[in-house]
Design a protein around this ligand. Structure first.
Ligand code: FES
Ligand code: FES
Length: 168
């Protein structure tokens, strides 16, 4: 099978039942995406597939051979952090860091959803999706943080959204 991850082409001879998460972690050495639950409950495995956030533990690798996949390794580097990574660092948006790659990938995908005007469960006015703290919390509710760094995570996301003027 062939894959494009973080702009790089990979070939992998894997069992057809291999999840996208296991492909990355176990076969390609991309261990940034984490495995918390392996059944769609925690968000630690979140990647961006064609720009949309996805639980990589819940999808088969074989389905994504023609997709553009981005993991935390592809968002930024130590020398050149993605704005969301930079904001998480400055706002202390993590403690143990296990959930953090998924939180950051999810936050990046989430801001794109807001920019497209997609409403959430708590959106009051469907014609005006503004990103207040309730919206951020609801939209990030698929990403669990066992260290409960939630207030700082929301601060980091709010800052990036303001800088990028994200609203629908
Ligand atoms: S490891 Fe995928 S949602 Fe928990
Ligand atoms: S920082 Fe530890 S689980 Fe989120």
């Amino acid at each position: 099978m062939h894959f494009t991850i973080n702009g790089q082409r990979y070939e992998a001879d894997v069992d057809i039942r291999t999840s996208l998460l296991d492909l990355a972690r176990e076969h390609l050495g991309l261990t940034g995406s984490k495995k918390g639950c392996d059944h769609g409950q925690c968000g630690a495995c979140t990647m961006l597939v064609n720009g949309r956030r996805i639980n990589a533990c819940l999808t088969l690798a074989v389905m994504h051979q023609d997709d553009e996949i981005v993991t935390i390794e592809g968002l930024g580097s130590v020398e050149n952090l993605h704005p969301m990574q930079d904001a998480f660092v400055r706002h202390d948006g993590y403690q143990c860091g296990y959930c953090t790659p998924g939180q950051i990938c999810s936050a990046v995908g989430m801001l794109d959803e807001v920019a497209k005007g997609w409403p959430s469960h708590v959106t009051g006015d469907l014609t005006d999706v503004s990103l207040d703290d309730a919206e951020i919390s609801e939209r990030m509710s698929g990403n669990i943080c066992r260290c409960a760094a939630y207030p700082n995570i929301v601060d980091a996301i709010r800052e990036v959204a303001a800088k990028e003027e994200v609203s629908a």
